[in-house]
Design a protein around this ligand. Structure first.
Ligand code: PGA
Ligand code: ZN
Length: 427
C-alpha cells in the first residue's frame, strides 16, 4: 500500500533540473525514480513538462513537481503498489493525452519507476529479480552498445551522425566487453589527439570529434579497433545511431558537415556504401520518423544482415512496433521508459517486440543521472542489449557498473554475448 509520495528537484548530467520521486510503502519501504531527458527526441514520445520562461533557460520542473504532489499523490496514496499495471493505469487516467503533456512524462516516469523500486525493496529482492519474476522473463546480462564518438545534437552537430558505437558480441563475458571497450575508447582518443581532431567530450561521454566528413568517423573508429589489438568485424563491430529525424527537412536529408542534401534513395545508398565498407551490424533511425516508406525500403535491402533499430521512429510504443512489423520497417526497437512515460507501457512495447520477433535494446537518454533502473530492466527482462552512452562519466558508468553487480548475483554465465547472438548478424 502506498503511504506517501514525495517529489524533489534534482539536476541531470547536463546540469538541467529534473524530477526525482520517493514512494514510501506501508512498512517504510522506499523506492526512488529519476526522470532522464532526451535532446534528440521523437515527436511522438511523451513530453517533459517544463516551466518555460527566462529562469533556468525554460527548463524548470516546478510544474512537473506539482503534478506529482498535487495530482498524482492524492490519487495513488492508499493504493496497492504491487500491481504496477494498475498504478500506471491511474497515471494514464490522470493524463490521457497522447504525449502526457498535462502531467508531464517526466512526472509520470519518475513515479512509475519509484513504485517499481519500492515494491522490489519491500519484497527484499534486487530490482532485476523483481522485474523478471513479475513479468515472467528469463534474466540475462545484456550486450553493451557503447558510444566512442558523439555527434548530432549531442556534440553541437559537429558531425551529422549522432552515435558511433562499438559492440563486442564475440566476447565471452561482460567484463571482457568492458575491457575491450576501454582499449578502443582510449585508442580512438589517442588517434584523434595525434591528428588534431579531438575537441573534447560530447553529452554522453564519447569523444567530441572535429572530423571533415561523417565517413572519417567510421575510418577512425575502424583504426581505433585495430589499434586496440582487435580485428574489426571479428570480435568488435560497429553500431550507428544516425538519428536521421534530426537532419531530415521536408523529406530531404541535410548533411551539414558535407554541405549536401540527399533524397531518401540517396541516403539509403550512402548508408549501403558504409555497410559494405565497414563492419557495421546495427543502425538506429537510418531514416526519419516521417519516412516510413524509406524505412521499409531500407529494411527490405539490409534487414537480413543488419539490426535496424527504431528509436524516434517507434518511441517505445507497442502499437507503433506492431504497425512497423506489418509494414516491414525496422527489426528492432529501442526501449526508453521515458519515451513511453510509464514502466507498464515500456513493458507492453517489450512484449509487442517479442511477439513480432523484433530485438529490444534498452536505452538511456543523453541527459541522465545516477539512476540505474535501466540496467535492471535490461537484465530482468533479458532484452539482450543495453545502450547507455559512452565509457566515461559517472551517469554512464553507473549503468555499466550496476550490470557488474547484477552479474555477481546472476552469475557470469548469464551474459548473452557470444556467437549465438552475433552469428545471425553477419558472416
Ligand atoms: P536523446 O537521444 O538525446 O533523445 O536521449 C539518444 C538517442 O537518440 O538514442
Ligand atoms: Zn537514437
Amino acid at each position: 500500500i502506498i503511504e506517501a509520495i514525495r517529489s524533489r528537484r534534482i539536476w541531470d548530467s547536463r546540469g538541467n533540473p529534473t524530477v526525482e520521486v520517493d514512494v514510501t510503502l506501508e512498512g517504510g519501504h522506499v523506492g526512488h525514480g529519476i526522470a532522464p531527458a532526451g535532446a534528440s527526441r521523437g515527436t511522438r514520445e511523451a513530453m517533459d513538462l517544463r516551466d518555460g520562461g527566462p529562469a533556468l533557460r525554460g527548463m524548470g520542473v516546478g510544474r512537473a513537481l506539482a503534478s506529482v504532489d498535487d495530482v498524482v499523490a492524492p490519487a495513488l496514496i492508499g493504493r496497492d503498489a504491487s500491481d504496477q499495471a494498475a498504478v500506471d493505469a491511474v497515471l494514464l487516467s490522470l493524463d490521457p493525452s497522447p504525449l502526457k503533456d498535462s502531467l508531464g512524462g517526466n512526472a509520470t516516469v519518475a513515479v512509475s519507476m519509484a513504485v517499481l523500486h519500492a515494491v522490489a525493496t519491500a519484497a527484499g529482492k534486487p530490482l532485476w529479480l523483481h522485474i523478471s519474476d513479475t513479468y515472467g522473463a528469463a534474466p540475462s546480462i545484456p550486450l553493451p552498445e557503447v558510444q566512442i564518438f558523439g555527434g548530432g545534437a549531442h556534440a553541437g552537430r559537429r558531425v551529422d551522425i549522432q552515435d558511433f558505437m562499438i559492440m563486442v558480441p564475440g566476447a565471452g563475458s561482460f567484463d571482457e566487453v568492458l575491457e575491450i571497450t576501454n582499449e578502443v575508447y582510449f585508442a580512438a582518443g589517442d588517434i584523434m589527439k595525434r591528428k588534431g581532431k579531438l575537441a573534447g567530450v560530447a553529452d554522453e561521454g564519447g569523444w567530441w570529434p572535429a572530423f571533415d566528413n561523417n565517413e572519417e568517423a567510421l575510418e577512425t573508429l575502424t583504426n581505433a579497433i585495430n589499434a586496440a589489438g582487435e580485428t574489426p568485424g571479428k570480435n568488435v563491430v560497429i553500431s550507428l545511431d544516425v538519428a536521421a529525424s534530426e537532419f531530415c527537412v521536408d523529406g530531404r536529408y541535410r548533411l551539414a558537415l558535407e554541405d549536401r542534401e540527399l533524397d531518401t534513395g540517396e541516403m539509403i545508398d550512402l548508408l549501403g556504401r558504409w555497410i559494405d565498407a565497414y563492419p557495421i551490424v546495427s543502425i538506429e533511425d537510418p531514416l526519419s520518423e516521417a519516412d516510413p516508406s524509406g524505412m521499409a525500403e531500407f529494411t527490405r535491402r539490409f534487414g537480413k544482415k543488419l539490426q535496424i533499430i527504431g528509436d524516434d521512429y517507434l518511441v517505445t510504443n507497442a502499437s507503433l512496433v506492431r504497425e512497423a512489423a506489418s509494414q516491414g520497417a525496422c527489426n528492432a526497437v529501442l526501449i526508453k521508459v521515458n519515451q513511453a512515460g510509464t514502466i507498464s507501457e515500456a513493458i507492453d512495447t517489450f512484449r509487442a517486440a517479442t511477439e513480432t520477433g523484433y530485438r529490444c535494446v534498452v536505452s538511456a537518454r543523453s541527459g541522465e543521472t545516477e539512476d540505474v533502473t535501466i540496467s535492471h530492466l535490461a537484465a530482468g527482462l533479458g532484452t539482450g542489449q543495453l545502450k547507455v552512452g559512452s565509457f566515461t562519466r559517472s551517469e554512464r558508468m553507473a549503468k555499466w557498473n550496476e550490470c557488474l553487480r547484477i552479474q555477481d548475483e546472476l552469475g557470469a554465465k548469464a551474459f548473452v554475448g557470444g556467437s549465438p547472438l552475433s552469428a545471425t548478424w553477419w558472416g
